[in-house]
Design a protein around this ligand. Structure first.
Ligand code: DHB
Ligand code: FE
Length: 279
């Protein structure tokens, strides 16, 4: 049986790509951010996942406002990055895992998640930059299954629904007859708002409570509807739904192996967590 060996949650700010391109990892602004990934990479070197299920939100590269699926799963043999206008270099293509993708799709649709299936799919900064933080040489040693959750255009799926999607992903992986070790990577957040009257909004108290809740009280954030989540985390901070879905996939209990929280990176409160399921 395939097995989920861990969950990593992280922010995905485009400026990270600029910092990587310019080699600014030791720069005083960037060092506290990049250093937070060293323990995560040590864990990856030990545990060597075969597949990464990447839960993220596309920002207009693959889906635009004219066609916006609530949930979408990639089932392509390969996923390429493309220019989003941030001025950051593109990364090498990622190898897909169509067999596992289709199993996930069958299983999730079987559980009444009505997904969009994507046999062609471009992946944006929310996918590529967290992968580049985990594997800085960008020689991806894993295959990938992209899972997109819409946090860009109203109406968004609720926090409760995203948690349930994660739980269903957990069951789908557990029922896959392969022997793969699977990592779930959720990217987005933490609190940030890029536009409107509250542009620059960050809510440290909420972020810290949210991170704690993933360990001790995983369904805590499912009490919030979309408006209250936006109020607490900012219009783009709702990307923390990816963290919630990731946590759902890990089962009832987790062990926290690593955590970092740093304000700000660009306009965003950035965070990273590494969680291991406890049987
Ligand atoms: C920023 C954050 C994001 O989540 C994103 O997708 C784009 C930009 C930022 O803080 O600059
Ligand atoms: Fe984003």
């Amino acid at each position: 049986m395939a097995k989920i060996i861990g969950g990593i949650t992280t922010s995905h700010v485009p400026a990270i790509g600029g910092a990587i391109a310019k080699g600014l990892q030791q720069d005083p602004y960037w060092k506290p951010f990049f250093d937070a990934f060293v323990p995560v990479r040590h864990w990856l070197a030990e545990t060597r996942p075969d597949v990464v299920v990447v839960i993220y939100n596309d920002h207009g590269l693959n889906f635009f406002l004219d066609k916006m699926p609530t949930f979408a799963v990639g089932a392509a043999p390969e996923y390429r990055n493309a220019d989003e206008g941030w001025g950051i270099p593109q990364v090498p293509a990622f190898s897909g895992n169509p067999a596992l993708s289709w199993h996930l799709i069958e299983s999730l649709v079987g559980e009444e998640f009505d997904l969009t299936t994507c046999q062609e799919m471009q992946v944006d900064h929310a996918f590529t930059l967290p992968m580049a933080l985990l594997w800085p040489d960008q020689k991806w040693p894993v295959t990938v299954v992209p899972v997109c959750i819409n946090t860009v255009q109203a109406p968004l799926p609720s926090a409760a629904r995203c948690y349930k999607l994660g739980e269903a992903i957990g069951r789908a992986v557990a029922s896959w007859p392969g022997q793969e070790n699977v990592l779930v990577l959720g990217t987005g957040g933490l609190s940030h708002q890029l536009d409107g009257e509250r542009a620059g909004f960050i809510n440290k108290n909420f972020d810290l409570k949210f991170m704690d809740s993933l360990v001790h009280e995983p369904k805590w954030a499912t009490q919030f509807n979309t408006h209250r989540l936006v109020e607490q985390a900012g219009t783009q901070g709702v990307e923390l739904l990816m963290w919630l879905a990731t946590r759902g996939a890990l089962g009832a209990k987790v062990r926290e192996l690593h955590r970092n929280y740093h304000i700000p990176i660009s306009n965003t409160a950035s965070g990273v967590m590494l969680l291991e399921p406890v049987a």
